[in-house]
Design a protein. Structure first.
Length: 253
């Protein structure tokens, strides 16, 4: 039956930045589909842990500052130590700095690129090396953005990093597909999270945004549940290097 291809029973997923928002929703979705979860977070993911354990799934968290890559080996080791293997990586954690490009600092540039791109690449590499040690494939899902396709304003480093995520996803898919490693991405649209609270509180700006979205509403974290489970599952075994926009039709306008 086709629905059997979507089950993730017995799988182990590593999800970065899963303490709140989109990362939390995706981690819970993977657990609902059958995964045990390893979280990589700067803040303690208490609520996420409770939700996943309530489903009868295991949850292990590793605390790390993703501006640095030195924690990556420990994260992979934690997954294998806790659950015996790693099957899925979701690179969700990210950061943003808002400043006019003419005044953007080198430190802000480095902070954003380190979290959003450098660490993402080396996590992908570490996961693929673990898949290789296990002598089987795996799934890698990177989180892109609408600004992977558009320029935005006052976020030059974020736009650069998220544009690069789409290219990196394609490049890694080209190399690793033959080994059974599927690398794809999800590009969320305007989502109702803490990152967009100021926009949603601005009645004029919120109305402008909603007027551009064919679906007529802000996205919710739960809107990413189906796409992440699909890309993590056997149903997506022949999907390689693709970025799925979950944007209510924003890019279609």
């Amino acid at each position: 039956m086709v629905l059997d291809n979507f089950t993730l029973d017995g799988k182990v997923a590593l999800v970065t930045g899963c303490n709140t928002g989109l990362g939390q929703a995706m981690a819970v979705a993977l657990a609902e589909a059958g995964c045990d979860i390893v979280g990589l977070n700067f803040s303690e993911p208490t609520e996420t842990r409770e939700q996943i354990q309530a489903l009868g799934r295991g949850f292990e968290n590793v605390h790390a500052d993703l501006k640095k890559t030195d924690a990556i080996p420990a994260v992979i080791e934690a997954a294998v130590s806790a659950f015996g293997k790693l099957d899925i990586l979701v690179n969700n954690a990210g950061t943003i700095r808002r400043t006019d490009a003419i005044d953007f600092s080198e430190q802000d540039w480095d902070d954003v690129l380190n979290v959003n791109l450098r660490t993402v690449f080396f996590l992908c590499q570490a996961a693929a090396q673990q898949f290789q040690r296990q002598n089987r494939g795996g799934k890698i899902i990177n989180i892109a953005s609408m600004l992977s396709f558009q320029g935005g304003i006052r976020v030059p480093a974020y736009t650069a990093s998220k544009s690069a995520i789409v290219g990196l996803t394609k490049a890694l898919a080209n190399e690793w597909a033959k080994a059974g490693v599927n690398v794809n991405a999800i590009a969320p649209g305007y989502m109702a999270t803490s990152n967009t609270q100021a926009l949603r509180d601005d009645k004029e700006r919120s109305a402008e945004i909603l007027g551009r979205i064919p679906a007529g509403r802000w996205g919710m974290p739960e809107d990413l549940k189906g796409p992440v489970v699909f890309l993590a599952s056997g149903a997506a075994d022949y999907v390689n290097g693709y970025t799925v926009a979950v944007d209510g039709g924003w890019l279609a306008r």
